[in-house]
Design a protein around this ligand. Structure first.
Ligand code: FES
Length: 643
């Protein structure tokens, strides 16, 4: 009888994992915490989950993503492979999801400059009080808890009704006496008074911390914050471990419908958060039970999965979520976050199913609801979310841009992590590129900002025409017909870390043009719906998915952003985490933005008759209507060589 458990040895790391015989290789790796690229969530349609099986018994499905040579060398797609016996395998660099080196955006700049937001008071939801209690006597026989209530009242705290969990009450008598009638009490407001969430003997007021969390579909970012003074102690970011179940929201929702899929997605994101928190606490030498408050933002699907809720109805018309803001009474420990047992979660409201609390946090950080200027806040990622308005009114819309700006649907596309090409220049005479990579490592692929640069530079150099078709008459070694059609070689194999030429193909270009077309069309239609034109916008605030750099000039060149003076643009980076941080340290700001969010009008573009017309018009470089991009026209006439 054959054995039921198989051992998989991963080389060169020499790590051995166990999986059940007959199980899916991708799931087995995921279960062991080994995350490899799998954009389609194991559907067999992205070709990203390649492994090289050196020896052993397995049953690999047929796939067009592997050449005959690759199959003969042992390459297989993990999601299409069943484990039949012990295996030895390696994970090629192109399939690795590197946790380190995720680049964050301009959020640091946003904090430093505080350009659109004024100074704010530190007034978090939870508060610690160091109390000196008057010792009891025969003349003062109030209970220990009453004594705490009086001391809190004398510090201006409404303690008319005090709620105190039984397990804290059990230790109260000992703690007040151990602290010689000095005690630190941490409270949170309740609807009819306060709830005590922690009691420590002595003066422990300085140990009062919280965490702001942005749960992105791709990355999770955490800020550890001192809630006494609002100081950011440290920040950490990592890939959302759910990435191995699909790279976009829709593939996650589909994955959630598989057996135990929902549970797995929930556990993966919680494990990511706990890992980040652990790193933050370790670095700052803080114990988990000193964390009292969490502010979490993210798109609506991510927040549902964080709480373990089924997000399937977000995908089905009329696109209704279970809730629009994390209910105030949920404790972090209830969903598995390692913190003080009584620490509470908070969130910001979403505006619609596809305009989540990350966007609400973004415009809190950008402060457009306080500005007189007519402003556009745009978050560009797999979805393009747009908020337009000023202090008097706000409207919002979203569109599906596809994953191209985040490296998806691009042959050598990757996240902005180590080895990603993040900027490209092409000499218009020699067609030779100059590029940079994240952390200056050998190139492994190309991320959003590099993709956008490469497209703009190819256009300006005359390597592609206005439809994104490569000029076949240029006869240059970097321009050739490859297995996926015509392509431009950015990096030759010998200079890469993946042993292959890194190219941008015509198919990639087509995907990028469709993505930029959707975002530009959405912005134009939204403005039109409210009676404005693009040139009436005073301020463009850009957030989201381009790693640490977005070349605004190149974004205009390809027609992603309108052709307006540069001084009207600001790149914010990850504004969601800044908004989460602000709402964590200021309950006033949280309430203010929650009220503002209620007043935002959402416009459904999928029912707008003009969206499709605008979209089709935007499928050119930079646009069908060249008069919208006069500066791009003058640059191309200077540079082009006969495309
Ligand atoms: Fe395997 Fe997409 S092809 S995860």
């Amino acid at each position: 009888m054959g054995k039921d458990v198989c051992h998989i040895k991963i080389v060169p790391e020499d790590r051995v994992i166990k999986v059940a015989k007959g199980s899916n290789l991708l799931s087995g790796l995921q279960d062991a915490g080994i995350h490899i690229a799998s954009s389609c969530g194991g559907q067999g349609t992205c070709g990203k989950c390649k492994v090289v099986i050196k020896s052993g018994e397995y049953n690999a499905g047929i796939t067009p993503f592997l050449s005959k040579t690759e199959v003969s060398e042992g390459y297989a797609l993990a999601c299409l492979t069943l484990v039949e016996g012990d295996l030895t395998l390696s994970i090629p660099p192109s399939s690795k999801v590197l946790g380190e080196g995720i680049i964050s955006g301009g959020e640091k700049r946003l904090i430093d400059e505080r350009w659109a937001i004024g100074p704010w008071d530190v007034k978090p939801r939870t508060k610690s009080f160091c109390l000196s209690l008057s010792p009891p006597s025969l003349d003062d026989n109030r209970s220990d808890l009453e004594r705490i209530g009086s001391a809190l009242s004398s510090q201006g705290c409404n303690s008319y009704h005090i709620h105190c969990p039984l397990y804290l009450l059990k230790n109260l008598a000992r703690q007040v006496r151990d602290g010689e009638w000095k005690v630190t009490v941490t409270i949170i407001p309740a609807c009819d008074g306060i709830e005590i969430i922690d009691i420590q003997p002595g003066k422990a007021c300085l140990q009062h911390y919280g965490v702001a969390i942005d749960v992105g579909t791709t990355t999770v970012v955490c800020y550890l914050v001192d809630l006494n003074d609002g100081r950011i102690i440290a920040s950490e970011a990592d890939y959302n471990a759910q990435i191995s179940c699909g790279e976009d929201i829709i593939s996650r929702i589909i994955f959630g419908r598989s057996q135990k899929g929902l549970e797995r997605l929930h556990n993966l994101v919680i494990s990511t958060i706990n890992r980040l928190i652990l790193q933050l606490l370790k670095g700052a030498q803080i114990k988990p039970d000193r964390l009292f408050s969490f502010m979490v933002v993210g798109n609506t699907t991510m927040i549902h999965l964080l709480l373990g809720l089924d997000p399937r109805y977000i995908r089905e018309s009329p696109y209704i979520p279970t809730f629009s803001s994390i209910p105030h009474y949920i404790k972090a420990s209830e969903i598995g976050i390692h913190a003080n047992k009584n620490a509470y979660l908070s969130g910001l409201p979403s505006i619609a199913s596809y305009v989540g609390s990350d966007i609400t946090a973004g415009f809190l950080a950008a402060g457009i609801y306080r500005l007189s200027e007519m402003s556009v806040f745009i978050d560009i990622g797999t979805n393009g979310e747009i908020v337009v308005g000023n202090k008097d009114w706000l409207v919002a819309a979203s569109c599906s841009a596809g994953p191209a700006f985040e490296g998806g649907e691009v042959k050598f596309g990757m996240r902005a992590s180590t080895g990603a090409i993040d900027s490209v220049r092409i000499d218009p005479q020699s067609f030779e590129p100059v590029y940079s990579t994240v952390h200056k490592q050998s190139a492994r692929g190309i991320c959003g900002s590099g993709i956008l640069d490469c497209l703009a530079e190819m256009f300006l150099a005359g390597l592609i025409n206005r439809r994104g078709k490569i000029n076949r008459e240029l006869y240059h070694p970097r321009i050739r017909e490859g297995t996926d059609g015509w392509e431009y070689v950015i990096v030759w194999e010998k200079d890469t870390a993946i042993g292959k030429d890194i190219c941008l193909t015509e198919v990639d270009i087509d995907n990028i043009i469709r993505a930029k077309g959707a975002v530009f069309a959405a912005m134009k239609v939204l403005l039109k719906e409210i009676g404005f034109t693009v040139d009436q916008v005073d301020l463009f605030l850009i957030a989201g998915g381009f790693g640490h750099c977005l070349n605004i000039e190149n974004a205009i060149t390809i027609g992603l952003l309108p052709d307006l003076p540069f001084e009207r643009f600001r790149y914010l980076g990850n504004s969601a985490i800044i908004g989460a941080y602000m709402a964590l340290i200021s309950e006033d700001l949280r309430q203010e933005i929650s009220e503002v969010a209620k007043g935002v009008t959402y416009i459904e573009l999928s029912t707008s008759a003009s969206f499709m017309d605008e979209y089709v018009s935007a499928l050119f470089l930079p646009h069908t209507d060249q008069s919208l991009f006069p500066n791009v026209g003058s640059k191309t006439s200077l540079n082009r060589k006969g495309a």
